[in-house]
Design a protein around this ligand. Structure first.
Ligand SMILES: [Zn+2]
Length: 344
């Protein structure tokens, strides 16, 4: 009766464990999907900003070339104005002189002409001089007017270009603000995913207690012949995001298939897939001390089995949340994570 009760509890605990992890992993997958979406959005915003910047640069070129044309035309306009004024003054002067001298004035011509034909020819001469001067002034005036019109058209064009550029600048700053918002959200999500992964990678509180007592002494190295620690126990600074991340054990780099051995004698309490740790073994050594071996390619022990120190329990692999073959090794003491190097 007592035994049956115990196995019911064990099954219940296993179910809680499995569903707990499944749920937690579903959450992480959702977050990863959301992050991928966010990153895609960030990329699209960046490319929109890029194309806006191209358009702005193009407008700036047009604005500066228009400015150059305007200043050139303005100089030309000044010259033409001066010429026109000069010619107008000359004309006025000539008229005044003619009037003063009375040499070829209309009345003089009329009075001094001997006969009608002389009068007519003198009048033609006056008309000729007048029309010649007037034509020259009119020509200069036309030239001046057309240059002025061109200048004004260019000024209008420049104002339009300035307005367009202002709009694009505004749009660009809006997109940049949106992008920095999305980017901040992505970073926060990435941090959360990392934290969740770190939490899911640890077996803290699982099967740590139990009967028996630990015999003491130094642990056997989990991967005989391979001693390169690729990641230490404890907090480390995320190289890109700059925040602290907790590592529950040490990672020992070793090729796939290398044997993983029990660090000390004890009882296997977990020999199955465990979330981020992939194919995982946990051994209870008694006295509140247990060890965890993660990311294995295969397991060679099963739950309830007694193992001796140095006995092969699994093969190195890269299952679960892993970027390459290694052994993730944890030591739990009294339900807390401790630095495995204190025992090795
Ligand atoms: Zn690890």
């Amino acid at each position: 009766m007592k035994g049956r009760m115990r196995s019911v509890i064990a099954i219940a605990m296993t179910l809680v464990l499995i569903f707990g992890i499944t749920f937690s992993y579903g959450d992480i997958d959702d977050m990863k999907d959301k992050l991928a979406e966010g990153e895609q959005q960030e990329k699209e915003l960046a490319s929109q900003i890029n194309s806006l910047q191209d358009q702005v640069a193009n407008l700036e070129n047009r604005i500066s070339s228009t400015e150059k044309k305007i200043s050139k035309l303005s100089a030309q306009l000044e010259k033409e104005k001066a010429k026109l004024e000069e010619r107008e003054e000359e004309l006025g002067k000539r008229l005044r002189t003619m009037y003063k001298n009375g040499s070829v004035g209309f009345i003089d011509v009329l009075l001094s002409s001997e006969n009608v034909s002389e009068l007519l020819s003198n009048l033609q001469l006056i008309q000729y001089i007048y029309s010649n001067d007037e034509e020259a002034v009119a020509f200069l005036q036309d030239q001046y007017d057309s240059t002025k019109k061109k200048t004004e058209e260019l000024k209008t064009l420049k104002a339009d270009l300035d307005e367009e550029k202002g709009k694009l600048d505004h749009k660009e700053s809006q997109l940049a603000a949106k992008k920095s918002k999305v980017s901040a959200a992505n970073k926060a999500l990435e941090k959360k995913i990392d934290e969740e992964l770190a939490a899911s990678e640890s077996l803290i509180g699982y099967g740590g207690s139990g009967g028996g007592s630990y015999g003491g002494g130094q642990f056997a190295w989990p991967t005989p012949g391979y001693y390169n620690i690729t990641s230490q126990f404890g907090y480390r600074i995320h190289p890109i995001l700059g925040y602290k991340k907790f590592h529950a054990g040490i990672d020992i780099g070793a090729p796939s298939g290398v044997r993983v051995v029990a660090a000390a004698s004890g009882t296997v309490v977990l020999a199955s897939w465990y979330g981020g740790l992939g194919n995982c073994v946990m051994i209870n050594h008694g006295g509140g001390l247990s060890t965890v071996y993660g990311h294995n390619s295969s397991l060679t022990v099963s739950v309830g089995q007694s193992v001796r120190k140095g006995q092969t329990i699994a093969r190195v692999g890269s299952t679960g949340n892993s970027t390459g073959p290694h052994c993730h090794f944890e030591v739990h003491s009294g339900g807390a994570l401790v630095n495995p190097l204190n025992y090795l």
